[in-house]
Design a protein. Structure first.
Length: 551
């Protein structure tokens, strides 16, 4: 048995001091002391079936709570398996602390079994990566890891803990460091004044709100700003919900592969007021193609450099305070509601069309419409990467922040099922649905067993077409044909039941909504499979390609 004075127990006390509730991972021979020490702590160890799932769970937990999710793995292959979710977290500006074992210091410097330079592997995909050289370094290094991960812009960090460091004795006097929270700075009055002057001289300003606005809990201030000035608001895919889609000034989400309705609203703008927008969410060339718009960058971190994102005025500081001070400083009002109303009419018409479509396999519009009818305003949907994401992100109305989660930084496939587990743990009062294509589902479907074993009630909706549909869509658009995208599937109902979950198969359009409602009401894990007819993909892009200015 480990003693009370070993490094593993010190590490657990440090994690408790950081407010960690869950560690997602798979143990290995080299971190058994750490995993054992967790048994005597307030932290719940969630044993997963693949380290990639652990990293995605940590990411979604971090995204919903603002506190770093923790993923744990053994050395070598276990640590390497964490990397996709870790990179996804960094590119989606989400706090994650990834901790893995490493070989002992007595052999790390030479060729030896399972020795690989993990710190060098993680450094390009994290904000900070390092190895703990002594047990005495743990309080400082773990505190630095959480502070770095959670400070704007947040992202993932990585710590390697050598086997002999993890089991080393430590002085009883060695304690966790006090947790200091970094507070956003006050916006510069001079920059507020400069930005107010730009807005006052604008012809037609438009707000683009991104993921940073959601992280900053700036939704209320954003609504106040838009209503005070009469300025319409578009969001990125990652920013969906920070401004309600049923608000009279809402333009919808920007991020689709073609010039969508919302883009016409942005085309007319001479000033873009970006609020918490980050370039990896959506290429700025799509919202400022000629590079001629004035840009006001409002964020807690500076703007990235891009030829189509030349900032006229940048205001770095607390986003809510910035928006309220700016609203008070601009004494002009705009008539932005008309633009938003026309765009909302077009999107509503698509959703109504979907509700009326009764073909089988189902059109993606029908699936989106039925998901919206089944879910409450605050319930959470994770839309996995693929054609599912494109249909959900552009069409699914959202009314609260973080109620539609996508990966739009790295756009990783396979995050939705493990992510749904973390979402339910982070928000147990919400219903959680993972909407995923059949290709993405089978990348991490083994985590169904985790959800069943850990008694985490989630619903998985598989959009089944037997192909990598988004790639086929892109091939058809650019090459006129598609190839090497089709595959076979198991019987998803039997597959779900083999894990102890409930399985449902939709056999007609009218079955989807009642089946979804039944599955979401289950106090367990449910999998619903629905065949989808993606011929609507090309119909949509062809129609948008022919669309002229609708205003």
């Amino acid at each position: 048995m480990s003693t009370q004075a070993d490094a593993a127990r010190l590490l657990v006390r440090i994690l408790e001091a950081e407010g960690v509730e869950y560690v997602f991972g798979i143990p290995g021979e080299e971190n058994i002391h750490f995993v054992d020490a967790l048994n005597d702590s307030s932290i719940r160890y969630v044993l997963v079936r693949h380290e990639q799932g652990a990293a995605f769970m940590a990411e979604i937990y971090g995204r919903l709570t603002g506190r770093a999710g923790v993923a744990s793995a053994t050395l070598g292959p276990g640590a390497i398996n964490l990397q996709l979710g870790v990179a996804d977290a960094t590119t989606n500006s989400t706090p994650v602390v990834a901790i893995s074992a490493q070989v002992g210091l007595d052999r790390i410097y030479k060729e030896s079994h399972q020795v690989i330079d993990l710190v060098s592997l993680f450094r390009p995909i994290t904000k900070w990566a390092d190895l703990t050289p002594t047990a005495e370094a743990l309080p400082e290094m773990v505190r630095k890891a959480f502070k770095t991960a959670q400070t704007e812009r947040p992202g993932a960090v990585y710590l390697a803990i050598p086997e002999d460091v993890e089991s080393a004795p430590v002085p009883e006097t060695l304690k966790p460091l006090a947790v200091n929270v970094v507070r956003p700075q006050e916006p510069s009055p001079a920059q507020i004044a400069r930005a107010a002057d730009v807005i006052a001289m604008a012809r037609q300003p438009v707000v683009v709100a991104g993921h940073g606005a959601t992280r900053a809990h700036a939704g209320e201030a954003l609504v106040h700003f838009a209503e005070t000035l009469g300025v319409p608001v578009a969001t990125t895919f990652n920013g969906k919900g920070v401004f309600p889609d049923d608000h009279r000034l809402a333009l919808g989400a920007v991020g689709f592969m073609r010039h969508d309705y919302v883009n016409f609203g942005l085309d007319r703008a001479d000033v873009l007021i970006t609020v918490g927008y980050e370039l990896q969410e959506f290429d700025p060339v799509k919202i400022n193609p000629d590079g001629d718009k004035q840009i006001l960058h409002i964020h807690q971190s500076p703007a990235e450099v891009d030829d189509h994102y030349t900032v006229t005025v940048g205001i770095q500081g607390d986003i809510s305070r910035t928006l309220r001070q700016l609203a008070d400083s601009v004494h002009r009002r705009f008539a932005g509601a008309g633009t938003g109303e026309k765009i909302r009419e077009l999107l509503r018409a698509e959703l109504e069309q979907g509700r009326a479509e009764d073909g089988f396999p189902l059109s993606p519009r029908r699936v989106v419409a039925d998901i919206r009818a089944a879910m409450g305003r605050e319930d959470i949907v994770l839309a996995d990467t693929g054609a599912v994401k494109m249909w959900m992100a552009r069409m699914y109305p959202t009314y609260e922040p973080n109620t539609l989660l996508v990966s739009n930084g790295l756009s990783s496939m396979g995050f939705a099922v493990p992510g749904a587990i973390a979402a339910k743990l982070a928000r147990p009062d919400r219903r959680v649905l993972a909407a995923t294509g059949d290709g993405a589902f089978l990348m991490n479907s083994q985590e169904l067993e985790t959800a069943v074993r850990e008694n985490v009630p989630i619903t998985v909706l598989i959009w089944e077409d037997g192909a990598y549909g988004l790639i086929g869509w892109k091939m058809d658009l650019e090459l006129g044909r598609s190839s090497n995208i089709g595959f076979g599937n198991p019987d998803f109902v039997t597959y779900a039941e083999s894990f102890g979950a409930r399985g449902y198969r939709v056999t007609s359009a009218g079955e989807l909504l009642p089946t979804l409602r039944k599955a979401l009401a289950d106090d367990g894990v449910s999998v619903v499979t629905v065949p989808v007819d993606y011929r609507a993909n090309l119909e949509l892009t062809d129609r948008l390609g022919e669309l002229t200015d609708p205003f």
